[in-house]
Design a protein around this ligand. Structure first.
Ligand code: ADP
Ligand code: ZN
Ligand code: ZN
Length: 729
């Protein structure tokens, strides 16, 4: 037998191996099973994608596989198909795409633990003769009849390896356990829905068992979460499970608590905070139907879930759904594909929907459901733009804002300040020669941190002690330039000495449990100041925050990325939305030197939907996504010219008359240096392709990848492809 194997390599290629009598003795090779193989000089785990009786490959060159690792495929058919579809759509190697769907542990050569979770004890009469030890062992196991799992085995101090003789003799058999059935236990009463909420919940309960995509476009605090919960309850009543995706691990905890309060047990969380072992366990539990509500971040989308009835994507606009390296898939888009394959509804929720989703509403592909009012007792929030021109300020906090903060604190409320830059200051500047502290490996400033003191490049993680004198001119006159969250925290401590300040950014929340601990403090409701990066803007429900300030709106106002205005609008509206979520009305303050900027104007005066409509029109005019389609080739090399040269060569191939049918309407930009031309010692270039037809662009890109795969230089230069890029550069 000849086996077609794919491996998690960058190679767009299948490899042929032999299955010998010996390998067949383990498990019979079948499509979807994992195998151990020798590849080059190392051993790898691969997946069987084909089983053939003949081959064109020279028999003498073929190596046998080492072992078939599984008895049944680990990926259910629906995930296997999703993986293949994604490989095709993103033009990503099949092996890497499929392996990506497995928890990391199962990409290693360990036996399929899922099978080992359930040993069936055969009903056989057994003679042991002199094998006394085995007899004792068998007697212990028999007590667990008819079946037992890994935990039970552990509790009687037996190792799985000790089972081998019984498995060989077939006194023990393994089987894929049947999924458990759905179990509905409401622990807390559902809220009475308002009429807007009611409409979408009713709609979702009507469209079960067919694919449909609904966009829940609801202002912040309008009760989207309550809609999710009631839609989940409807699924449970119908015996179906729900997958709920959230952008950030920090939000899983909060939602998990709320879900557990409402639904009792049977909620499972999958996110990057789990150890590999915990992740594997959760993945298997989900596959066995031991949970009915699965909540997780991006990759939880690849969880096996029997009887899945609904997928919900919370904060669907969030950038975190796009994987930015390796297999660059978009979690929202793959979730939509999964729902479509499974013929189930999917619900996308956001107060600031992506332009992609709004365009799909306009085309009639998605239905849209508006929640225009804050839910329950919550009042709304109003905007106040603080023009920083001619306004005294200390460390980025204007006097006007300072006074507003004081008023709220005196009333016993909480205040949130968002500054999307961590560290003490974005750079350290020499007062004599004007130079700033540059990262030795990147074309970027190093950020100054105080706790602990260091210069830290946020692009390559290079860290070094803070300079005592300027490396250019030896002057000792060094000063922090601009503000980061650490500096704001320090300033707030000075301005409001009796008020606790909680800083929430990547530096203060990297330790497990630290974010939860800080949020718990805030939820006590006592007057406090919260300062943090965009982490703070996302989804959190702080009932006692009445003032939310965006300290520096200008930082993202002049982005060269065409998505810049959209991202800024989302960040502003989401941050503003943290204020006034309970009885007391809230105010959102925007500090800017560009008080008349059109983006700020339309957001403040007409709201996000008006902004989005205008922005869509302008994208339309330039053929930009979501109306046109985009693909981005990246290349990077240590040599300053190589990456650029490779993409120049690729650009020339595109001019080939043979490709004319595909390139007629193509817009080609570049090659050009990436926005950060050098990062982590690599020089980076990119080539941007824009096309009105997704299909033609896909065909073109496939051909270009093929050409690159054959180009000798492309082996030495790291190149990658980003379909539907979310970030340019
Ligand atoms: P969103 O997810 O849209 O930002 P949430 O679901 O967090 O909003 O709801 C905000 C607040 O409104 C929560 O405290 C929630 O309990 C409350 N709420 C939601 N729906 C209702 C309702 N129908 N009646 C009363 N309160 C509600
Ligand atoms: Zn200097
Ligand atoms: Zn760097």
């Amino acid at each position: 037998m000849y086996l077609q194997i794919v491996l998690a390599t960058g190679l767009r290629q299948e490899f042929t191996y032999l299955a010998t009598e010996e390998t067949k003795a383990s498990y019979t090779p079948k499509i979807g099973l994992r195998v151990r193989v020798n590849f080059g000089r190392s051993e790898r785990v691969g997946l069987i994608v084909g089983v053939n009786k003949t081959t064109d490959v020279d028999f003498k060159k073929l190596k046998p596989i080492i072992q078939v690792l599984d008895e049944t495929p680990l990926l259910p058919q629906y995930l296997w198909e999703l993986g293949l579809w994604a490989a095709d759509y993103y033009n990503h190697p099949v092996g890497d795409s499929l392996m990506h769907l497995l928890p990391a542990k199962l990409r290693q050569p360990i036996q399929n633990q899922l099978i080992q979770l359930n040993w069936q004890i055969a009903d056989v009469e057994v003679e042991f003769g002199r094998a006394k030890k085995q007899q004792i062992l068998w007697a212990q196991l028999r007590k667990l009849a008819p079946a037992f799992n890994l935990n039970q085995l552990k509790s009687i101090d037996i190792k799985p390896s000790q089972l081998k003789p019984f498995l060989d003799k077939k006194w023990l058999t393994t089987s894929y356990p049947k999924p458990q059935s759905v179990n509905l236990q409401l622990a807390e009463k559902a809220l009475e829905l308002n009429s807007e909420q009611e409409k979408i919940v009713a709609h979702l309960s009507k469209v079960k068992d067919v694919f449909s995509c609904s966009l829940l476009n609801g202002v912040t605090g309008s009760g989207k979460t309550e809609v999710y919960f009631q839609a989940i309850a409807d699924q449970l009543i119908a015996g179906k499970r729900t997958l709920l995706l959230v952008p950030e691990i920090g939000l899983t905890h909060q939602l998990l608590q709320r879900l557990e309060q409402r639904f009792n047990n049977r909620v499972l969380a999958l996110h990057s905070g789990l150890t590999e072992h915990q992740r594997l366990n959760a993945w298997q539990q989900a596959g066995l139907g031991q949970a009915d509500i699965i909540i997780g971040t991006r990759s939880a989308l690849f969880t096996p879930i029997p009887d899945l009835g609904l997928i919900i994507i919370d904060e669907e606009h969030d950038q975190a759904y796009k994987q930015q390296e390796g297999f660059r898939y978009h979690g929202r888009d793959l979730a939509i594909k999964r729902a479509s394959n499974a013929k189930i509804p999917i619900l996308l929720g956001s107060a600031t929907p992506s332009l992609e989703s709004l365009a799909n509403v306009a085309r009639g592909r998605f239905s849209q459901w508006l929640l225009t009012q804050r839910a329950g007792i919550a009042s709304t929030q109003t905007y106040e733009v603080v023009d920083l021109r001619n306004q005294p300020q200390s460390a980025g906090i204007s006097e006007q804002l300072q006074a507003m903060i004081q008023v709220q604190l005196d009333l016993g409320h909480q205040v949130l300040l968002m500054l999307n830059r961590r560290g003490f200051a974005p750079s350290l500047q020499c007062q004599s020669c004007g130079s700033t502290a540059q990262c030795p490996a990147c074309d970027a400033n190093m950020t100054l941190h105080r706790r602990p003191p260091r210069l830290h490049c946020h692009h390559c993680e290079h860290q070094q002690p803070v300079y005592l004198y300027c490396p250019q001119c030896q002057s000792h006159q060094l000063k922090p330039l601009g503000q980061g969250t650490e500096r704001t925290e320090e300033q707030l401590n000075t301005l409001f000495p009796n008020i606790p300040v909680h800083r929430i950014d990547r530096d203060t929340t990297s330790k497990k449990g630290s974010l939860e601990a800080m949020l718990a403090q805030v939820h006590l409701g006592k007057p406090c100041l919260l300062v943090g990066t965009q982490m703070l803007a996302k989804g959190h429900h702080f009932p006692n925050v009445t003032l939310a300030a965006i300290l520096d709106a200008d930082a993202s106002l002049f982005s060269s990325d065409f998505r810049g205005p959209e991202k800024l609008a989302q960040l502003l509206v989401q941050t503003a939305g943290r204020a006034g979520r309970a009885k007391i009305p809230g105010t959102a303050v925007i500090q800017t030197y560009q008080a008349d900027h059109p983006t700020i104007n339309i957001l403040v005066n007409q709201g996000y939907n008006a902004f989005a409509e205008q922005e869509l029109t302008s994208r339309h005019k330039s053929g930009l996504p979501p109306l046109g389609h985009m693909a981005l080739f990246h290349a990077q090399a240590k040599d300053a010219t190589q990456a650029f040269a490779l993409l120049s060569w690729l650009g020339e191939q595109i001019q080939d008359p043979a490709l004319q049918t595909l390139t007629e309407s193509l817009l080609l930009f570049g090659p050009m240096p990436a926005f950060m031309a050098r990062r982590a010692h690599y020089y980076r270039a990119q080539l941007q392709l824009q096309h009105p037809s997704r299909k033609l662009l896909q065909q073109l890109v496939a051909q270009l990848c093929h050409l690159l795969d054959q180009h000798p230089a492309a082996r030495k230069i790291r190149w990658s492809l980003d379909i539907d890029p979310q970030e340019l550069g």
